[in-house]
Design a protein around this ligand. Sequence first.
Ligand code: UT7
Length: 325
Amino acid sequence: MVTRSVLLGCGSALPRTVVTNDALVARGVETSHEWIVQRTGIAQRYIADGDEKTSDLATSAARAALAQAGVDVGVVDLVIVATTTPDNVFPSTAARVQGNLGITRGFAFDVQAVCSGFVYALTMADNFIRLGQAQTALVIGAETLSRLLDWSDRTTCVLFGDGAGAVVLQSAQGAGTVADRGLLSTHLHADGSQYDHLFVDGGVGSTGTFGFLRMDGREVFRHAVTRLSEVVDEALAANGLTAEAVDWLVPHQANRRIIEGLAKKLHLPEERVVMTIAQHANTSAASIPLALATAIGDGRIQKGQLILMNAMGGGFTWGAALVRV
Ligand code: UT7
């Protein structure tokens, strides 16, 4: 028998305001709905109003995940929030979420791995659970990334949105085979030599400001396709599986063309790929759990199915996770 982290529920939260591509044009961004849809697949994004904080979205998503899991908040002993847009420099947004939920036991912290943040956070929670240091974890990806956007830079401002998604993981015993429910394996990577392709040009320890998101999109795109397919191969091989066994690919939602390229490499038909980029745009660490919550919520993902998640982001960081729900 082995200890597995079983995914018992998933929830999401979005800001109240939807901003369509045409609304960006109306706001003066030199772009068009056609360009954005053709190059990225994005039709709209949700943008947090001034009174909506990352922790608010994270807390709502966490409550929804707990409700779906049927798990009492009192048993949660680990809260991890993956975010690039914490409410404050410190304490962590996870501490705020923990407080909002009335949890005073266990431990809580944030993870910063930008768009790979959710896969990083999931990995950490799984490791704590398998080591017996936690029993029930809330793993949340939450962002108000719009606060880092330079609205005069059309090459980046049209791509991102705000939101949050959360999952509940709980310790359970499995047989140690790929038929087990729960996380089968996780795989993380980073290559800091690529730091300057996707970064924020400010920070408390450098400029004393919080800066704006800067990206060499073409270079990120080129690396994304290669890195994501490598890490997917690694995850499948580690479990003695082929892509045939995957019921659903739930990827980070950065660009429809990247996702389609990956699905094609895996010979996965589009009916087995969860794509929410049209509605949510790129919500960084929130994009995978938002997509997961959407496909569980509408009944596409069924209990017992095998889900492959993967992501790549600034750092560069990238990773993948295989989970049987
Ligand atoms: O989540 C983290 C990981 N991030 C990613 O994975 C993002 C990866 N990169 C991408 O998704 C794509 O590279 C972008 C969507 C960012 C850009 O698409 P692209 O097909 O690589 O376009 P490009 O940068 O090569 O630009 C093509 C043209 C340029 O004009 P010229 O130089 O050909 O005259 C741009 O100036 O499109 C122009 N352009 C725009 N036009 C209208 C760039 N942004 C816009 C825009 N509206 N918003």
